[in-house]
Write a protein that binds this ligand. Structure first.
Ligand code: NAD
Length: 438
């Protein structure tokens, strides 16, 4: 333990990060900036090639982040997992998706842990960062590592520290978001806290890996439930002819006891639509239902259907059927100003409208073309050019994502019909007869 503690305090520890995606790459860069030699591991050889060529594959982080890795402390990236033995600390940032029946898919964590186990040597610290249900670190990671004959807390050290990344945000980064850290045992916890303290502004130690795992789920469930609440409010208030956006703004003037959440066409991203169901699955083991999570899931998953129903009625009111209508979806990314399309509701909107016979195209300044996705395959679509003439040519424009790059006044001035799921039309001037909230 002393040897590793000294390596951490003297910044001579080598930090390995497995999974160089939205979470892993900025995390690796944070340790590198703090003066640690870093090695990035990924199964995707294209990512490794890009990093060697100083090219960033994650648009929102910019090429500068990757260029900076090639100056200062040592840095390498590799697909060779035998090199995990070179790292003193190994941080796991691989995906944790859901299976077909909303069950946790831990296969990435399992494969990664097995790869670590093969290269394991005494004195290494392993930290799981992937979001997962409480007890995963103790029940899945620890036994696979200990199968190598090394004891956690004695020969090797294991902890959980959830990532709280919000890609695209300018005011918060891995560096200044407080980091929760919980060990499998007190010594593991202490070492992990020391490691993160050397690179991150604020570290919050908790008493166990399970507390850290559950805290991360609580954060995401809190968002899922509150988003469902405002989505329900939106449907009710819209039916009453009341502007939900103005209502939320009004309520948010209360200086305590209220936090604003905003409605939309459904949930997107790699976290909020997925993580809550990790707890639902695990809760069955203790015979408990998770009714808030299920209800929030039902409401949020129902939003694309609600939006398409509103759009279909709006076309109908203008004497147009969905079948054969030309519809432009604005925004493919699940949130503004990023190129992340994972779990984006735009895909379900496109699928539903296409199923009803509409001719659907999209524009997204951050997503020039669609690529292969697990649920949808490759739609083979390219972002269309946005001009006053092109907008006027569609029977309806559906606003799915409120990217800052959009000129909403131009859209309002030229579209025949607008279905707005984001409150984007609130500030535009002129007639609003052709604008429908959904
Ligand atoms: N994206 C976010 O905003 C965010 C925020 C907080 C937590 N998380 C959590 O962090 C974890 C990672 O999410 P992400 O968004 O970075 O995912 P990602 O898909 O962007 O990155 C995962 C990376 O892991 C690699 N990978 C897959 N299998 C691998 C394996 N067996 N060995 C090595 N590399 C492998 C992939 O090639 C990819 O580069 C998830 O558990 C997620 O829930 C994500």
């Amino acid at each position: 333990m002393e040897k590793l503690a000294h390596k951490i305090s003297s910044r001579s520890a080598v930090v390995g990060v497995i999974g160089l995606g939205y979470v892993g790459l900025p995390l690796l860069a944070t340790f590198h900036r703090a003066g640690f030699a870093t090695i990035g591991f990924d199964v995707d050889s294209k990512k490794i090639e890009s990093l060697h060529a100083k090219r960033n594959y994650l648009q929102h982080l910019g090429d500068e982040l990757v260029c900076a890795l090639h100056t200062g402390a040592a840095f390498d990236a590799t697909c060779d997992f035998a090199r995990l033995s070179e790292a003193d600390a190994i941080l796991i940032c691989v995906p944790t998706p859901l299976g077909k029946h909303l069950e946790p898919d831990l296969s990435y964590i399992e494969k990664t842990t097995d790869a670590i186990a093969k290269a394991l040597r005494p004195g290494q610290l392993i930290v799981l960062e992937s979001t997962t249900y409480p007890c995963t670190t103790r029940e899945i990671v620890v036994p696979r590592l200990e199968a190598r004959g090394l004891k956690v807390g004695q020969d090797i050290y294991v902890a959980f520290s959830p990532e709280r990344e919000d890609p695209g945000r300018k005011d918060f980064s891995t560096q200044n978001i407080p980091k929760l850290v919980g060990g499998i045992d007190p010594i593991s916890g202490e070492l992990a806290v020391a490691l993160y303290r050397a690179a991150v502004d604020e570290v919050v130690p908790v008493s166990s890996a399970e507390v850290a795992e559950a805290a991360k789920l609580l954060e995401n469930i809190y968002r899922a439930v509150n988003i469902a609440l405002v989505n329900e409010m939106k449907m009710v208030l819209t039916a009453m002819g009341i502007d939900v956006w103005e209502v939320i703004r009004a309520a948010a003037t209360k200086p305590f006891g209220f936090q604003a959440f905003y409605p939309g066409p459904g949930l997107g991203g790699h976290c909020i639509p997925i993580d809550p169901f990790y707890l639902t699955w695990k809760a069955r083991e203790v015979g408990m239902p998770t009714r808030f999570i299920e209800l929030a899931g039902e409401i949020n998953h129902g939003m694309p259907g609600y939006v398409v129903e509103r759009l279909s009625r709006a076309l109908n009111d203008r004497g147009k059927p969905m079948k054969g209508s030309r519809i432009l979806v604005l925004g493919l990314a699940y949130k503004p100003d990023v190129d992340d399309v994972r779990e984006s509701p735009s895909f379900e909107l496109i699928e539903r409208m296409t199923d009803l016979g509409a001719i659907v195209e999209y524009n997204d300044p951050h997503v020039p073309q669609t690529h292969f996705m697990r649920h949808y395959g490759d739609l083979g679509l390219k972002s269309v050019v946005l001009t006053p003439q092109s907008i006027a040519g569609y029977d309806c424009v559906l606003i799915a994502t409120h990217h800052k790059a959009y000129d909403w006044q131009m859209v309002a001035d030229h579209a025949q019909l607008i279905v707005d799921t984001r409150g984007a039309m609130r500030g535009v001037k002129g007639s609003s007869d052709h604008i429908v909230s959904a």
